[in-house]
Design a protein around this ligand. Structure first.
Ligand code: SF4
Length: 436
């Protein structure tokens, strides 16, 4: 008899959370491998299309299927008591998950997707509920927290923890390995699916000192084009209208996968909106790539532009861009027909090298190009050179202190962070006015 395996995307505990095409991509890939050897079930606490997600129909959804999550305010955990913001639990209520377990269990095994290190209260909650409701089920943690905070993850009481792509602990627990070959992610487990994520590449060839990717053992590689097109076909057949690329270096070596992929979308007249929420390297946005991406239906472009200071780029080894490269990328995108209202430059706030970053001039420069700015709050990740710089400001052994709302406030002060956020809103309003 096949084992009965439940996949869980846990709730989020944070000061803020927004559905920016957030899907448990890694777990669905593993589920794809397990498809031939297991009976699979999915409970995605963050699924905006689930009936229990928004029973009263009050949560807004944007034209591209992003939007806020329902939440419940809760007291700040002890280590975040000094942060003057409301702490919340986001996602489908806990009792709905417990009822689901009671009615659909028992399960032999439960896979739990982890993402941000500082969201571990959600992973802990899921393990506790499984222990209480389905005590015989083996629990397995995988994903970013399980990899970057492997030792801390051991304290949550899971039966196995997957580090990176090493799935051996899972195969050991199941007593079998899935067959080799191409496995599409198990997207079919969603009863309804509007938006999904894809990756055309794996890894990243750059070495930004604030990022965990260079610390992982993954080397950059593009995926075979046939596999990517099969995945796209699967998503289109399931009714998906919005696909977000979550590649770390989507524009690198584009002739191998990105360009043929876009060409195939154009030739087959596939009607899907593509999005690029993981910062694109503007340096690699050529006129040809811009044309192909816009013609294939890419609607939103997010460009990494952490700073206009060359010193900052030198010190962080950033693979991102300097001012004239950003300007050129924007020009290519505009010429290709991209809507400037949907071209966004990411700028980091709260980085420990804030004194060389020149955040405000960098924001004003991006604004002068007629594009939007999005501030990405800095999260100090242990093991990265820049994360380690932050040990003198916060206790990194407690993952809640990696929180991206908390660290910039502690490092820059609440007023300074608010100043940048207000400036960002003001500059974006100007751009909206110019484009109307
Ligand atoms: S380019 Fe992006 S993924 Fe690559 S090292 Fe820099 S921040 Fe990380």
């Amino acid at each position: 008899m096949k084992p009965k395996i439940l996949l869980v995307n846990p709730p989020i505990y944070d000061f803020a959370a927004y559905d920016f095409w957030l899907k448990p991509h890694g777990m669905l890939n593993v589920a794809g491998m397990l498809r031939p050897i297991a009976d699979l079930y999915l409970f995605d606490t963050m699924d905006r299309t689930a009936p229990h997600f928004d029973p009263e129909g009050v949560i807004k959804t944007t034209e591209y299927n992003t939007g806020p999550y329902p939440f419940k305010k809760i007291p700040n955990p002890e280590s975040l008591k000094d942060i003057p913001r409301y702490f919340r639990r986001y996602g489908i209520p806990r009792n709905v998950f417990r009822d689901y377990l009671s009615h659909n269990g028992p399960f032999d095994c439960v896979l739990i997707q982890t993402m941000m290190t500082y969201w571990y209260l959600g992973y802990k909650e899921v393990i506790e509920d499984i222990r209480t409701t389905c005590p015989q089920a083996k629990t397995v943690l995988g994903g970013f927290y399980a990899t970057a905070c492997h030792d801390h993850a051991q304290s949550l009481g899971a039966d196995a923890i997957i580090k990176g792509d090493d799935h051996e602990p899972l195969w050991g627990l199941l007593g079998q390995k899935p067959p080799a070959g191409m496995h599409l992610p198990a997207w079919e487990l969603y009863p309804k699916l509007n938006a999904a994520t894809m990756k055309l590449t794996k890894g990243c060839p750059f070495q930004c000192s604030y990022c965990y990717v260079p610390q992982s053992e993954e080397t950059f590689q593009t995926r075979p084009i046939d596999e990517c097109l099969a995945e796209l076909k699967q998503l289109v057949e399931l009714g998906v209208t919005d696909i977000a690329f979550y590649d770390d270096a989507l524009l690198y070596q584009p002739e191998l996968t990105l360009l043929p992929f876009m060409q195939s979308v154009i030739e087959n007249n596939i009607q899907v909106n593509f999005h690029t929420p993981n910062a694109l390297h503007a340096r690699y946005m050529t006129a040809d790539i811009a044309k192909a991406m816009v013609a294939a239906g890419t609607k939103t472009f997010y460009l990494g532009f952490e700073s206009r200071s060359e010193k900052f780029h030198k010190e962080t080894g950033s693979g991102k861009v300097i001012s004239d490269e950003l300007a050129k990328a924007v020009e290519h995108l505009r010429s290709a027909g991209a809507d400037p209202q949907h071209i966004t430059a990411y700028e980091m706030v709260g980085h420990p090298l804030a004194d060389v970053q020149q955040l405000e001039p960098s924001m004003r420069f991006a604004n002068s190009l007629g594009i939007r700015i999005m501030l990405s709050d800095f999260s100090p990740i242990p093991g990265t050179p820049d994360g380690e710089l932050c040990r003198k400001y916060t206790d990194l052994d407690e993952p809640l202190n990696h929180n991206k709302t908390a660290f910039p406030i502690r490092f820059l002060t609440f007023d300074k962070v608010n100043y940048y956020k207000n400036l960002c809103r003001k500059l974006n309003r100007q751009i909206k006015g110019q484009n109307e």
